[in-house]
Write a protein that binds this ligand. Structure first.
Ligand code: DAH
Length: 359
């Protein structure tokens, strides 16, 4: 019994030692305040163990222990609540619910899509309807129906991707060979086959050719206009071009018609517009030749009065009806638009966000 008696002084110094250990542990950190609370003040803590020894000291000294225990617990508790309070007011965990949110990144339509929409809108205003025709088609539509029989040398210009489709013997001779359409003119006879007159179509589609350089990509877009009615003349063709050019490029850009040859139009023209990079001079400010154009003019595409053979292939009587057609590249047309200084058409399809974000 006597060995169990310990002096009040002894217990007090043990309590104060435990307090020092506890405060040092809190300062060193590594645990949450709640974990420290359990470790330092909980049922299994050193301080609780010492507090229980109060019964081992002489009765008359016991009253000295109470205030010490209170003070020890209080100091530990206040060290822990200080940590809790500072965590609450630390800016990194402060959430200002009134602050504006983070905007998600916003994309936009590709410039070629924007150009297609603009071209469509301009032609719709004068009664042309946007139509769709196949981008993978029978050889008949982009070539034979357009007065370019098999093995005709005019076909060479179109640098066509042919699909190795042998065809079935005895089937329709117009459906023997398949190509990736090298131009949107395949839509001409297809539109005539619908059997509705007059025709005012704008066919916008992807085209494919085996060529790549600063002004060509193997896949590109064309828009093909076709107008067929009674008494259609070159005057109508010129009027439509003048209208389009004023709407799309602005009043200060110039076009010219050059006589040309296409198998499917007679007479035929090429439509040029003055270059938006060198503004028609053919030279850059440092006197080097413009990379994009040929001597100040850029070819937009072909046009002409629809050939009687083509009308007949579409089931239309060329003695009663006449029409004009044109086929221009969307990319090229867009590049010539005022303010767009693109000197390499391939940038459009390089998928570089730094380039695309500018439009
Ligand atoms: N399809 C021709 C080309 O890709 C352009 C063209 C020329 C279209 C004359 C036409 C046309 O409609 O009448 O080069």
């Amino acid at each position: 019994m006597t060995e169990e008696i310990i002096s009040a002084t002894n217990l007090i110094s043990l309590l104060i030692e435990a307090q020092g250990d506890a405060l040092r542990a809190i300062k060193a950190g590594g645990k949450s305040p709640e974990e420290f609370r359990v470790q330092l003040l909980g049922a299994k803590s050193e301080i609780t163990r010492l507090t229980k020894q109060i019964g081992l000291i002489p009765k008359e000294d016991r009253h000295k222990i109470g205030p010490v225990v209170t003070e020890v617990k209080h100091s530990i508790e206040s060290a822990l609540s200080q940590i809790e309070e500072s965590a609450i007011s630390t800016p990194s965990t402060f959430v200002d619910v009134t602050a504006p949110g983070i905007r998600p990144p916003e994309g936009h339509l590709h410039i070629v899509t924007q150009a297609i929409m603009e071209v469509t809108r301009i032609f719709e205003r004068i009664g042309f309807t946007r139509v769709r025709h196949p981008e993978v088609d029978w050889d008949w539509y982009p070539f034979e129906s357009l007065n370019m029989p098999k093995n005709h040398p005019a076909r060479d210009e179109w640098e066509t991707f042919f699909i190795n489709y042998p065809g079935k013997p005895g089937t329709n001779p117009k459906k023997q060979k398949i190509v990736l359409t090298p131009h949107t003119s395949n839509g001409q006879v297809r539109e005539m086959e619908k059997g509705k007159l007059p025709i005012r179509m704008i066919n916008i589609a992807k085209c494919y050719r085996r060529q790549i350089d600063v002004s060509h990509t193997p896949m590109f877009h064309q828009f093909e206009g076709l107008y067929i009615d009674k008494d259609v003349s070159i005057g109508h063709l010129k009027g439509v071009f003048d209208y389009f050019v004023k709407q799309f490029f602005g009043a200060n850009r110039e076009t010219r018609l050059r006589p040309f040859h296409f198998q499917f139009t007679e007479p035929s023209f090429e439509v040029d517009i003055n270059c938006g990079i060198c503004l028609g001079t053919g030279l850059l400010p440092d006197k080097t030749p413009c990379k994009l154009c040929k001597a100040g003019w850029l070819e937009l595409g072909g046009s002409g009065m629809v050939h009687p053979v083509v009308l007949r292939n579409g089931g239309i009587d060329p003695d009663t009806y006449s029409g004009f057609a044109f086929g221009w590249g969307i990319e090229r047309t867009y590049m010539m638009k005022s303010g767009t200084k693109l000197d390499d058409i391939r940038l459009l399809y390089s998928n570089d966000i730094r380039f695309l974000e500018q439009f």
